[in-house]
Design a protein around this ligand. Structure first.
Ligand code: BGC
Length: 549
């Protein structure tokens, strides 16, 4: 790591902008149609040019790829599809030279069923790893042990002939759940994380961090309260009809997160970012997991993802978290590799391309103006929309299970269009593993990077401007107006107080400042709005930033 980075703020992650790389679809260096580590290294300048602090790389460990890397069969190596450990070291070294920190994805709640721990565990009831996974006897009527469901459909229990028992899987049957009540499992997982810390990573994104522990008495989950259905899936998924009181969100997790934090603290300047998937409890869990200095640094939940482009919606989310999680730290995101691209959720097919581009530009300013850190998902800086795929083109088992009501996650995972030519669009010289939609070619990186009016340039401009106003990264937040289409809030840090106003609709809007607000308009952020007397005139999808004195 560059000495400059080492010396810098150990709290860098507060207000950090993190760029998520979905490795399979970022850049393919060897022509097999699948992105890889060398491909990422070759494109680090693109990421660094945006001015972000870090990149988060999705899993690249050996895996049978049933869930595209979220089924790990060896925690301390690289899958040959993605390269070698040496390629990884080079990626880290180059990133650090460019001032980028590297966060990797740890999928420790479950492993692949091909992991040697599981192949040993399933052999018998008395082998040394017999208790490393969650095994259970049939229920009272001879069927599954209880009513727990898999996120990907069906029961969360899979029968195993050799052991004459069921094992738990919150996702695919090929992703058996590790038993975190077993101390040896916890120790083994921390050891694998230490392996990567020693190799120089700057942090971890912790997959499904609230799933680590389960209720040992295996109590049934009650039905979900109507208002608490999760945004992650869809109404077709019965998983969201239950309140997940017993298959996740267990209190024992806190002690483990504290153990994990002690490991992290041995490597100053590193960070953790937990993924909490639970709409009903998200804010409270994030507060619980991130308050103080002994647990995780930050978490994100999926509430904002797939939410509504309404002023009241955003103010509700922010206020809810401020209420429950005052001392906690949120990492906001509009898109990731699990949900429909936000630009498609929030724009209509009737919209002109120009209007859609304006909306895309507004959203980076909005995302970075909330109190917390932010994750950008590859391609959002180009304004990519969701790809509409045919059933035959699907790869995601989640989509295959629930088609056509829910089309899965392939539509947000199509490869990056680096240039506007050919089938591979600069992503690959071979056959891309998922098709690149033709409409993405006109948004390709080569068309946008030199155009000062492009979506990419607004992302870059705003992120650089954001850096010069630490109040946006670290300040408190107070919502002052959320009558759609206008969302207005104040951010305050040390001696600086900023007013941020957003117009979330395509036509113009006006906002009258409070009489006691002496506001001076700020420039350089790339948004056009006019302050006349006490009135701010905002064009469609416009924003205003002013200094309050
Ligand atoms: C990841 C998904 C994955 C699941 C199971 C998540 O939340 O982001 O992509 O399928 O965990 O590991």
């Amino acid at each position: 790591m560059s000495t400059e980075m080492k010396k810098s703020d150990p709290d860098w992650w507060r207000g950090a902008v993190i760029y998520q790389v979905y490795i399979r679809s970022f850049c393919d260096s060897d022509g097999d149609g699948i992105g890889d580590l060398q491909g990422i290294t070759g494109k680090l300048e693109h990421i660094a040019s945006l001015g972000v602090d870090a990149l988060w790389i999705t899993p690249f460990f050996p895996s049978p790829m049933k869930d595209f890397g979220y089924d790990v069969s060896d925690y301390c190596n690289v899958d040959p599809i993605f390269g070698t450990l040496e390629d990884f070291d080079k990626l880290v070294a180059r990133s650090h030279k460019l001032g980028l920190r590297v966060i990797i994805d740890q999928v420790i709640s479950h492993s692949s069923d091909q992991h040697p721990w599981f192949t040993e565990s399933r052999r018998s009831r008395d082998n040394p790893k017999a208790d490393w996974y969650v095994w259970a006897e049939p229920g009272p009527h001879g069927g599954v042990p209880n009513n727990w469901l898999s996120v990907f459909g069906g029961s969360a229990w899979q029968w195993h002939e050799a052991r004459q028992q069921y094992y738990l899987h919150n996702f695919l049957a090929e992703q058996p759940d590790l038993n975190f009540h077993n101390k040896a499992v916890r120790a083994a997982m921390l050891e694998t994380m230490d392996f990567w810390l020693q190799r120089g990573v700057d942090g971890f994104r912790l997959d499904t961090v609230n799933f680590y522990f389960h209720d040992q008495v295996l109590r049934d989950n009650p039905p979900a309260k109507a208002e608490a259905r999760n945004n992650l899936g869809t109404d077709v998924n019965p998983y969201h009809d239950q309140e997940h009181l017993f298959d996740k969100n267990q209190k024992e997790n806190i002690a483990f997160l504290e153990e994990l934090r002690s490991l992290m603290d041995r490597y100053p300047g590193t960070t953790t970012m937990g993924e909490v998937g639970d709409a009903s409890m998200g804010g409270a869990i994030i507060a619980d997991y991130t308050t103080g200095h002994k647990r995780l640094h930050m978490c994100y939940d999926c509430e904002f993802l797939g939410g509504h482009l309404r002023a009241e919606y955003f103010s509700g989310q922010v206020q809810d978290f401020e209420l429950k999680g005052k001392g906690g730290w949120q990492c906001w995101a509009f898109s990731n590799h699990d949900v429909r691209r936000h630009l498609s959720c929030w724009s209509s097919p009737e919209m002109t391309q120009q209007e859609r581009a304006k909306l895309a530009k507004l959203l980076v300013g909005l995302l970075l103006s909330f109190r917390g850190s932010a994750c950008l998902y590859q391609g959002e800086e180009l304004g990519l929309t969701e790809a509409e795929l045919q059933f035959e083109q699907l790869k995601d088992p989640y989509g295959i299970q629930f088609w056509p009501e829910f089309k899965g996650r392939d539509g947000c995972r199509t490869p990056m269009p680096w240039n506007d030519e050919g089938k591979g669009a600069g992503f690959t010289t071979g056959e891309p593993w998922l098709p690149i939609p033709p409409e993405h070619l006109s948004l390709a990186a080569n068309r946008q990077t030199k155009d000062p009016n492009s979506i990419y340039s607004q992302y870059k401009r705003f992120i650089h401007w954001y850096r010069s106003h630490p109040v946006l990264a670290k300040g408190s937040i107070l919502i002052i107006d959320s009558r759609h289409p206008v969302l207005a809030f104040e951010r305050e840090y040390k001696n600086e107080k900023i007013l941020a106003i957003f117009n979330l609709r395509a036509s113009q809007a006006a906002y009258d400042l409070y009489a006691n607000h002496a506001v001076q308009a700020l420039t350089g952020h790339g948004y056009n709005s006019r302050l006349e007397g006490n009135r701010v005139h905002l064009p469609g999808y416009g924003a205003f930033f002013g200094l309050i004195s």
